[in-house]
Write a protein that binds this ligand. Sequence first.
Ligand code: ADP
Ligand code: MG
Length: 461
Amino acid sequence: MNEKDNFTVIWNETLSQIRSELDEQEFLTWFNLELQKADEKEFTIAVPSLFYLDQVKKRYQAYIEGKIEELIGKRVTINLVIGLKSDVSADVPEKPSKSSPAAEKQAPSGHKKEKHPQLRDDYTFKSYVIGENNSFAANAAQAIASNPGTAYNPFFIYGGVGLGKTHLMQAIGNYIHANTDNKVIYISAETFTNEFIATINDTQRAKTAFKNKYRFADILLIDDIHFLQKKDGTQEELFYTFNALYDANKQIVFTCDRPVSDLKDFNERLRSRVGRGLKVDLQPPNYETRCAILKRKAETSGVVIPDNVIDLISKNISTNIRDLESALNTLTAYAKLVGKPVTLEVAQQRLKDVFASPRQLNISIEIIQRVVAEKFRLSHNDLKGKKRNHSIVYPRQLAMYICREITDHTTTEIGQDFGGRDHTTVMYSCQKIEDIVRSDPAVDTTIQSLIRDIKDYSVKS
Ligand code: ADP
Ligand code: MG
């Protein structure tokens, strides 16, 4: 036996021992690995995609190295690389990048399929820019698109508004729709609820039609599932739909604005099913990714956006991708209407208010409290605290009102940051201030001047 064969024997034995230790499903999911080369110190092992690489590295690398050490009595390093020779991954969506544009292939039969009626055709993998904020989610989505209903079911994508959840979910749908004959259904949780409610007084036949519509999907994409909180009847319907699809190995994908564990007023049975598969989150993009996204969007807008403008927007807008897009749209609309090029000066002028908006300045409740407290010569603690004399109550109400006006915090969150008060107290305070403003417009001037101070303070801090 030559040396290569020796290593192959060791590798095969390693795999077979691992197989005997792991759950069969787990083994089949993760150990589609190929020995590419080996020497005394290092085994080079190929995996199907970047997503597998991340996962195998994290979950199994040390375990595999330990197994080999047990077998041969020596520690070797596993070097993971992408690309199997026996390429089972031929239909894995290519990793979108400038140099490899074609993530969306044609249908296998060669005919160009009609656009999917519920999916936006520009929400594809190809147009989805990958950065460190979303690479895990995007790779997982690609793995699912090429192998739906197998390893990661359901797939749960969560994150704040405008971070690309819907785009990624629809990219999965578009890819499967273009490349297979699977029936893809996309629906927002809100529409699902409305359709469900509409059937309540319907005939049995109409009810069955509604159920069948979803239970015959091969891929079911349900967007913004947090919308179902408190909607018991719809949750129950979804629970049955979920079971029917899951048992038939159909792929289900959810998006949500929060982690599964934060879904309130959610039926426990449904929650545990929703969270059973792979959960990935989307984070806000960093500066470099923001630039890359803007460049990609600018290319398709037909308006030349110089690099210094891309830099300006990326530095000033950090909230989410929807906000980036809307800033860019402001500039392209201007250029098209006025027929002038977009320069740095134009961008500064046009986007001045957007950049100075409280959201982009990241104004916190604490900053508001500090500025208001200072203005009324109170301590920060008094403003948040329990004292109820008028000289404190009024500024406190004013601060709560400003929080509600210029931040995205809910009244519950505001109440919490004001000494754990109830959200109804916050609502009452805001109402009080609105009444005062109505009877004494001068108070509004005070409020506007406070807001200016708060913004200045936020720029400095
Ligand atoms: P969400 O559903 O999380 O609120 P969306 O998917 O609607 O967010 O995304 C908001 C906008 O930002 C969409 O126009 C989408 O195309 C764009 N977008 C989000 N993430 C990316 C990305 N990584 N690359 C390119 N565009 C993106
Ligand atoms: Mg969305």
